[in-house]
Design a protein around this ligand. Structure first.
Ligand SMILES: C[S@@+](CC[C@H](N)C(=O)[O-])C[C@H]1O[C@@H](n2cnc3c(N)ncnc32)[C@H](O)[C@@H]1O
Length: 310
């Protein structure tokens, strides 16, 4: 069995948690409580919860990436769920928990996923155009680049990558894929190089972000999870969600404020039975302090929002 220090060292090379103290404090962990970590990853945040839980507390840790299992501690209080958090309520129930005292989600990909070239998440390596967090899933980035119409590619690069010349980019991909199917990162980089605008690294990062969000249906999964929060949280229970780009943050902010994804809806105008069951704890998102950003540049774009079930 690994000792505690080697587990910690091993997991921090897997991923360094962002906004650690802020997220754990926000959950106000009760020693006998039940908590769900939707995005276990290297288990950094989970460890913070476990440290505050007593012997009767429970932690239900979700991760759709099978690699995360290697970080699960040998601890009777932990139940690992190797599935998508879009099925939060279903798997909580299956494990005997109708309601929980807190839900944490630290969205996006882990450093481990970025650092493994063959997973296809990073522009730094050549490798397959994969980008699936869950390898049981069929569609990978190569399939999307092969099957999507020019219009669909245009929309996804525009929406998820905020790429200014997304129409030109989609056209270039569709023209080039007819000669040779796109399977590797090096090939994708080569065919899009004539249309790259501005800083090439930034441009590529935006292309990869857009593809990754689509491959993993990240916006769809987040919406479904948020919608389940009022049902799975006990009254007084808290949700703490860390996002890394404006599209995710907008969904969380709107849902916490309105209880729907309709940005126009004003909670006070809703009929009583449609009133929001969540109260915002963080009027403004919590962001990383300078010393954290210096130590862990990934934290630069992190935003933590917290709500309480009322
Ligand atoms: C940013 S990392 C989380 C790191 C973690 N908080 C820690 O301290 O190590 C995100 C993790 O969530 C997982 N993940 C992302 N979206 C998911 C989803 N919809 N369902 C389940 N797991 C997901 C990823 O596979 C990844 O391991």
């Amino acid at each position: 069995m690994q000792d505690k220090d080697s587990v910690i060292q091993h997991s921090s090379s897997y991923h360094v948690p962002v906004l650690f103290d802020e997220a754990i404090d926000a959950l106000q962990v009760k020693p006998d409580g039940v908590y769900a970590d939707c995005t276990f990853g290297g288990g950094g945040h989970s460890r913070g919860i476990l440290d505050k839980l007593g012997p009767n507390g429970k932690l239900i840790a979700f991760d759709q990436d099978a690699d995360a299992r290697q970080n699960v501690p040998a601890d009777e209080r932990v139940v690992f769920v190797p599935n998508n958090f879009r099925h939060l309520q279903r798997f909580l129930r299956l494990n005997g928990f109708a309601k929980v005292d807190g839900v944490l989600a630290d969205l996006g990909v882990s450093s481990h996923q970025f650092d493994e070239g063959e997973r296809g998440f990073s522009t730094r390596f050549d490798g397959p155009l994969d980008m699936r967090m869950d390898k049981r899933q069929e569609n990978n980035a190569s399939e999307i680049l092969k099957k999507y119409t020019e219009q669909q590619l245009h929309k996804l690069f525009e929406q998820y990558g905020e790429i200014t010349n997304s129409k030109t980019l989609a056209k270039q991909i569709v023209q080039q894929r007819n000669h040779n199917p796109l399977q590797t990162i090096a090939h994708l980089k080569a065919i899009i190089s004539p249309v790259v605008k501005g800083n090439p690294n930034k441009y590529l990062a935006q292309v990869f972000q857009a593809l990754r969000i689509e491959v993993n249906d990240e916006m769809g999964a987040l919406k479904e999870m948020l919608e389940q929060l009022p049902a799975v949280l006990k009254v007084g229970g808290r949700a703490a969600i860390i996002t890394f780009h404006s599209l995710e943050d907008r969904l969380v902010k709107t849902f916490f404020r309105n209880g729907t994804f309709d940005e126009q809806e004003e909670n006070s105008l809703l009929p009583e039975d449609k009133k929001n069951d969540l109260k915002i704890i963080t009027k403004k998102p919590i962001i990383a302090e300078e010393h954290e950003v210096r130590r862990n540049p990934r934290s630069r774009s992190a935003k933590l929002r917290v709500a309480e079930r009322v």
